[in-house]
Design a protein around this ligand. Sequence first.
Ligand code: NDP
Length: 411
Amino acid sequence: MGKVLIIGAGGVATVAAHKVAQKPEVFTEVMIASRTLRKCDALAEVLEKRYGRKVRTAQVDADSVEQLVQLFSSFRPDIVMNLALPYQDLTIMEACLQTGCNYLDTANYEPKDEAHFEYSWQWAYRERFEKAGLTAILGCGFDPGVTSIFTAYAAKHYFDEIQYLDIVDCNAGNHHKAFATNFNPEINIREITQKGLYWEDGRWVETEPMEIHQTLYYPNIGPKESYLLHHEELESLVLNYPTIRRARFWMTFGQQYLNYLDVIQNIGMARIDEIEYKAPKADGSGDTVVKIVPLQFLKAVLPNPQDLGENYDGETSIGCRIRGLKGGQERTYYVYNNCSHQAAYEETGMQGVSYTTGVPAMIGAMMFLEGKWAKPGVHNVEEFDPDPFMDRLRQDGLPWHEMHNVDLEFD
Ligand code: NDP
């Protein structure tokens, strides 16, 4: 059906590559390109052994539009899956436009020197993609991604008016490390140390980081302390569903994790500005001054999220709790997926957080190649038909469950 180019060879890209390789009828040719060629080659070797698929690999610096254009022009993919980092969103979108490729990602653009994410930078490409007849699918992981598709599914089938939306993200797994993040540590720590933000009565309300929290009950898991965070899907959901009066995002954290995070911030290791560091010269002839970003240095010494899977037990539970009106009656709806870290590891060698992101990314690319989500322009996932995507989630490893008219634990 089509050629796919995966950019990145980290945790999420590895899961997506496994899933892509399992579907030769959809993804007829596959290339994996990333900054470190060795990682792409190692992944390609696993895919060949496991599925008998020959996958091409390439080295690329995705910060360089020129290098991307060269690569896209020679491989000529139908769709590019950007599973590198949010910093590369704009360069990859630009290269897609220059070479006539469609685009998909799982996280919205963030400038390296500012811990701030919003869609305006990518929405600015709408007209160019539309005029070029190309589709860009934004935020096709789990959150953002499946949570927005859950909301679209609820709006399509169960509500005339969605009024209250709470996205709840629980990781009840244990990787048995003192401190580790479940996806890229730099991006993760930038995200969760920001101020909280939620939507209420037509405006954004800002909170101090982790200021608002409450205990929530998660299916098959039980009670977990859940913290209100700013999360990117809220930005597009409140625009696409203007009846929403309040939209919030909650994530669970253990006390140990929060203590470590506190220390990391207090000692300056979460800083994203450059500092000067005196390093000894290799030839022993004194010191040389190098510039380092403390958070990037921290990433280099923390466990790699790709290596957490083997000893990870427990599961994630992510879903949407929605209240609104149908036929003039108030109703509630809770739709969620629970994903076992060990099951994810057995299938792909990666833990559940990479799995819950990589599977939806593959399904999004498949929706595009099958023509179900081909719509020129730049779109957040809730703008597409949720039904075929929801069907695939069930078949491709992320079964979901529904509860109707239950207590959502929120006023
Ligand atoms: P990793 O750090 O494991 O992987 C990132 C990959 O991108 C690495 O292979 C890295 O190369 C590569 N890369 C980084 N910079 C460049 C560059 N300039 N050129 C080419 N390749 C580059 O991250 P994850 O797999 O954990 O996360 C991937 C993405 O998924 C992130 O954007 C993250 O925010 C997003 N995400 C989304 C979620 C969702 O639910 N929507 C949830 C979790 C993650 P190298 O190996 O050389 O470092």
